[in-house]
Design a protein around this ligand. Structure first.
Ligand code: DQA
Length: 149
């Protein structure tokens, strides 16, 4: 099984940005945690972070052409603005889990809209960086063929 692990704007600043919302784990540490879990499951993980909306659209399309089996995405602030990311996930029809580190539903009004959610098989919010591991486990359990890389 191959999963694309995508992160949007400012998630490269994890560990530095607003620790009260996003914790103290840095982006590279997060990737290591996810890689470790993927290794345990014999899942191949492709990591990508960008601050640019179009680059994320390109990567979602790449996941399709690269034969990925699913996507874990934290679109950051593009969650609340981007129809392009919604359309990209709809275009590729890959099972996609939306992850937010913070509990977005308890934050500002402008964070209450998620465009991408309509195209996602699951949404995980407020579980910190553990939410990414839950997303990998969910995709593995529901869409993975066991013991296959
Ligand atoms: C976030 C929540 C978004 O509202 C915010 O813009 C982010 C991070 C989260 O992980 O909690 O950049 O997606």
């Amino acid at each position: 099984m191959k999963l694309y692990i995508l992160n949007g704007p400012n998630l490269n600043m994890l560990g530095i940005r607003e620790p009260a919302h996003y914790g103290k784990v840095g982006y590279s540490e997060l990737c290591e945690m996810i890689r470790k879990r993927c290794d345990e499951l014999s899942v191949e993980a492709v990591f990508y972070q960008s601050n640019h909306e179009g680059a994320l659209v390109d990567k979602i399309q790449e996941a399709y052409f690269d034969g990925a089996d699913g996507i874990v995405i934290n679109p950051g602030a593009y969650t609340h603005t981007s129809i392009a990311l919604l359309d990209a996930v709809k275009s590729v029809s890959l099972p996609t889990v939306e992850v937010h580190i913070s509990k977005v539903e308890e934050r500002e009004d402008f964070r209450q809209t998620s465009y991408i959610r309509a195209a996602c098989v699951k949404t995980i919010t407020g579980h910190g960086t553990a939410g990414y591991i839950e997303a990998v486990d969910y995709l593995y359990e529901n869409y993975g063929k066991k013991n296959e890389r």
